[in-house]
Design a protein around this ligand. Structure first.
Ligand code: PLP
Length: 415
């Protein structure tokens, strides 16, 4: 469905809204007004599309995964290679859109939160390209597990600030970014990296990510197919999935599957599956009403995922609504299934999917063999897995990788 900014309410059923402290209201009101204008402004859209083409590298390819299709022996599998976008993930689409919007509003400084580091990396890159100052808030735990992305962000000229409160992960980085925005609104715009937060963020992020599904529709037709039978995407906060699904929501014959982090197991604290894990309740957190994994007093609970990008305890409000409406089905993939998917698609297709995206690919491995050979599945590879080498090589490469790291450390020690 085409987005009508004038009818934007910020609500998806009872989810969404704009639950913000009074002090942030002027900044959010300004953002909402500017977004409504920009998304209908031909010159803004031309500039956005120009940057997507010439800097991000769009359109990203849609790969017919012939070898995986043969090996699994069922439905035809296509993979949207969003990880081939500049900086290695879909996050750049939204970062560029919001950075251009910030420039329109006369802002000179950008702040952002990051979990896996991909949104921080995309934001730092967009700021370097567009000449904006940049500060990224990142939990100390995430800094430790995604060190390569911290290095790249700093190379792009961004300041990376370690967040040491709470669980030192994404939710704490979001809190810190809001605190900073509250303190400094006049020259600063806060780029939220997923389809969540107070209105207008969920609508805005979806519109900047909608390009993924729009391209898929054209590309799947160009292969000579009709509409796909199933689309599969991983779901953290929900930006790659909603961008991928948006242009298919009204095609009721297309099944849409969102895959959450099943983590190490089904007990509280072992996963981050809000819908598929059935443990999430309605709450209001970080400016919006949605489903959150929370304790009895409404505090977000500890989560776990092998992928830093899928361990957020909340779900974007539009996805919560579409789950309730049963338009999107939810599944989960356990950490070991995810590692298996990385191995399977690397070996059969020569691609390195991010751990986040490998949740979607793990679901493909489960459902493709049960489907007829004339059916079509499209999975979104939201990111590239180079950033995960310290996790995947340790898990899959075993002793030789550890030995390599020890030798590297010894070599540095001798310098
Ligand atoms: C490659 C990749 N895919 C998916 C996600 C999950 O975010 P979202 O659900 O907003 O797409 C992340 C988050 O960092 C990511 O880095």
């Amino acid at each position: 469905m085409k987005f009508d900014a004038d009818k934007m309410t910020g609500y998806f059923g009872e989810y969404g809204g704009q639950y913000i402290p009074e002090i942030l209201r002027p900044a959010i009101t300004e953002l909402e007004a500017e977004f409504k204008k920009a998304i209908n402004d031909k010159s803004f859209l031309e500039e956005f599309n120009y940057v997507l083409k010439n800097f991000v590298g769009r359109p990203t390819p849609l790969l017919f995964a012939e070898n995986a299709t043969k090996a699994l022996g069922g439905a035809q599998i296509y993979i949207k290679l969003e990880g081939l976008a500049n900086t290695g993930a879909h996050k750049i689409n939204n970062a560029i859109g919001q950075a251009l919007l910030a420039k329109r509003m006369g802002k000179t400084r950008i702040i952002a939160e990051t979990g896996a580091g991909q949104h921080g990396l995309a934001t730092a890159s967009a700021c370097a390209r567009l000449g904006l100052d940049c500060e990224i808030f990142m939990g100390e735990v995430d800094i430790a597990r995604q060190r390569p992305n911290v290095y790249w962000m700093e190379l792009f000229g961004a300041k990376v600030t370690a967040v040491t409160s709470g669980t030192k992960t994404l939710k704490d980085a979001v809190n810190e970014a809001f605190r900073e925005w509250t303190a400094r609104k006049s020259d600063t715009h806060y780029i939220i990296g997923s389809a969540l937060g107070p209105c207008p963020y969920p609508d805005m992020v979806r519109e900047f990510q909608r390009v993924i599904g729009r391209e898929v529709k054209e590309q799947i037709f160009a292969y000579g197919n009709k509409l796909p039978d199933v689309l599969v995407a991983c779901v953290g906060g929900g930006s790659n999935s909603i961008g991928f699904f948006a242009d298919f929501l009204e095609e009721k014959e297309v099944r849409l599957i969102g895959v959450e982090a099943g983590g190490k197991g089904d007990n509280p604290g072992e996963h981050a599956a809000r819908v598929a894990g059935k443990g999430a309740d309605m709450g209001i957190v970080q400016g919006y009403k949605s489903l959150f994994l929370q304790d009895d007093s409404g505090q977000l609970t500890v989560t776990h995922s092998i992928s830093a990008g899928l361990d957020y305890a909340g779900l974007g409000p539009e996805l919560a609504y579409l789950a309730e409406e049963k338009r999107i089905e939810f599944a989960k993939a356990y950490d070991d299934e995810v590692l298996n998917a990385v191995k399977f698609f690397a070996k059969h297709e020569g691609i390195i999917p991010a751990l986040e995206s490998s949740h979607a690919l793990a679901e493909v491995i489960k459902i493709a063999p049960k489907m007829a050979k004339d059916k079509v599945i499209v999975a979104n590879m939201s990111g590239r897995g180079d950033k995960d080498i310290f996790i995947t090589a340790h898990a899959l490469g075993g002793d030789t990788w550890v030995q390599f790291l020890k030798e590297e450390v010894a070599r540095y020690g001798n310098e």
